[in-house]
Design a protein around this ligand. Structure first.
Ligand code: NAP
Ligand code: HSE
Length: 436
């Protein structure tokens, strides 16, 4: 069997776009063979901002344009790939392509999590698929797993490390003792971070991915405004050290969990036991643990960002899109509908917690805090107050309380009270301890 060559329009030729070009250049023949000659792909138009920029791939100059519409409207472009990022121009590109009936492949989690409602509606209306494997966890085929392989399962929970930049930064701070700015600069240099790294470090990149996973698992698009999100910007070497002394590591974790009353979804730096399998997921690697009723526990692991790992997922979607065009079939996987799932308020979710207080070093301080916690019904499973060998007579010391499982709302209210004690000199630092 032999198929026609399908034309690709590539909007964006940065880290991922040039990775896609290089993979196709190297492996096009392999793809053709593996698809029985049905899928031959050729990049016919490429949109960028700056035609004079040096690139990581050597595409011919005549394919480039600065006009994104040229990429979409070109008569020899059958599939449009959006790899520019953001939620404005990217939205226009995807919407225009779908309206023209062209399948879209994108790695843009922010776009789908924030404006997916409109785009999936256009996709349904114009019967043009949106494929987005690259949007969650780089090279790991977790979207296909949830959309297709686990389609006959009730998903109980998804827990994972799904931002390579944060994971890389936390590991470099933990193991190499690097400061936050140095570790971030390395992640940028390696092509893991977004053009604007804000979303990586403030937790939103991971939250967008969690929203997509939740939407695929529970049917409708989650309103991002209702999701609890914290990033790694305030993780200090001190908490990293205390975590280690207590037998934990700090990871930016995303959690999606089904409760009787709704869906719990949150992203935050959390303590996990240093013996847990996710504790050994380091650097740019991501891992996602899915619990479902029939399959039980499944773990997905791989590179979560970077040029070719992400390019690999884009190419896989291109082959899928080409197959759909060749066979005239519709997308095989489940896609989110427009019913918004009910979310469980974060205040109602409960975990054990680590709380660090900066206090004046005087008798009775520990008892004062312990008694406020006890009055609120919060149990203490341990305390930790390492003295600073360089400064044994320090006026202020760090005092850690490890708390039994506590509803987050109750903890917040109690800490608001303790924060006002004369002996407490700074806002308490809280990390949830996830037992997963
Ligand atoms: P990038 O390196 O910043 O590349 C963006 C590309 O888009 C550049 O080629 C840029 O042109 C072009 N561009 C931006 N605005 C444009 C406009 N208005 N018109 C025409 N071209 C425009 O970004 P990236 O890292 O490849 O990421 C692309 C997308 O993939 C993002 O949605 C990101 O979230 C997602 N993603 C990235 C990774 C990763 O590891 N990097 C992994 C998964 C998903 P110039 O080159 O001329 O500036
Ligand atoms: N900036 C993202 C990350 C890219 O670090 O995980 C992959 O989505």
């Amino acid at each position: 069997m032999s198929g026609k060559t399908l034309g690709i329009g590539l909007a964006g030729f940065g880290t991922v776009g040039s990775g896609v070009w290089n993979i196709l250049k190297r492996n096009s023949e392999l793809i053709r063979e593996r698809t029985n000659g049905v899928v031959t792909l050729e990049v016919r138009k490429i949109a960028v901002r700056d035609l004079n920029k040096s690139r990581d791939a050597d595409a011919p100059a005549d394919r480039f344009t600065t006009d994104v519409n040229e990429v979409i409207d070109h008569e020899e472009v059958d599939i449009v790939v959006e790899l520019i990022g953001g939620t404005t121009t990217a939205f226009d590109i995807v919407a225009r392509a779908l309206k023209a009936g062209k399948p879209v492949v994108t790695g843009n989690k922010a776009l789908l999590a924030e404006r997916g409602q409109e785009l999936f509606a256009l996709s349904r209306q114009h019967q043009a698929p949106i494929l987005f494997e690259a949007a969650v966890a780089g090279a790991i085929p977790v979207i296909k797993a949830v959309q297709e392989s686990l389609i006959g399962n009730q998903i109980d929970s998804i827990a994972g490390i799904i931002n390579g930049t944060s994971n890389y930064i936390l590991q470099r701070m933990t193991e190499a003792g690097l400061g936050y700015p140095e570790a971030l600069a390395e992640a940028k240099e390696l092509g893991y971070a977004e053009a604007d790294e804000t979303l990586d470090v403030n937790g939103w990149d991971a939250a967008h991915k969690a929203i997509l996973l939740a939407s695929l698992s529970y049917g409708g698009l989650v309103d991002s405004g209702k999701v609890y999100v914290r990033g790694i910007e305030k993780v200090t070497p001190l908490d990293i050290r205390f975590a280690k002394e207590l037998g934990y590591v700090i990871k930016l974790l995303c959690l999606v969990r089904r409760h009787e009353s709704g869906i719990e979804i949150r992203t935050q730096p959390s303590f996990i036991s240093s013996k847990h399998i996710l504790a050994s997921v380091n650097g740019v690697f991501n891992a996602i643990a899915v619990k479902s009723d029939a399959a039980g526990e499944s773990l997905f692991y791989g590179r979560g960002a970077g040029q070719e790992p992400t390019g690999s997922s884009v190419v896989s979607d291109l082959v899928e899109a080409a197959r759909l065009l060749s066979n005239g079939g519709s997308h095989r996987g489940f896609l989110p509908g427009d019913q918004e799932p009910v979310l469980v308020p974060v205040e109602e979710t409960a975990t054990p917690c680590y709380v660090r207080f900066k206090v004046t070093d005087r008798p009775g301080v520990i008892a004062e805090i312990a008694s406020a916690l006890a009055n609120a019904g919060i149990g203490i499973s341990g305390t930790h107050s390492p003295s600073d060998p360089d400064n044994p007579d320090a006026e202020f010391v760090d005092m850690v309380f490890v708390l039994h499982k506590t509803p987050f709302g109750l903890l917040k209210d109690t800490l608001a009270e303790i924060e006002n004690f004369d002996s407490v000199t700074e806002r308490p630092v809280v990390f949830r301890i996830e037992t997963l």
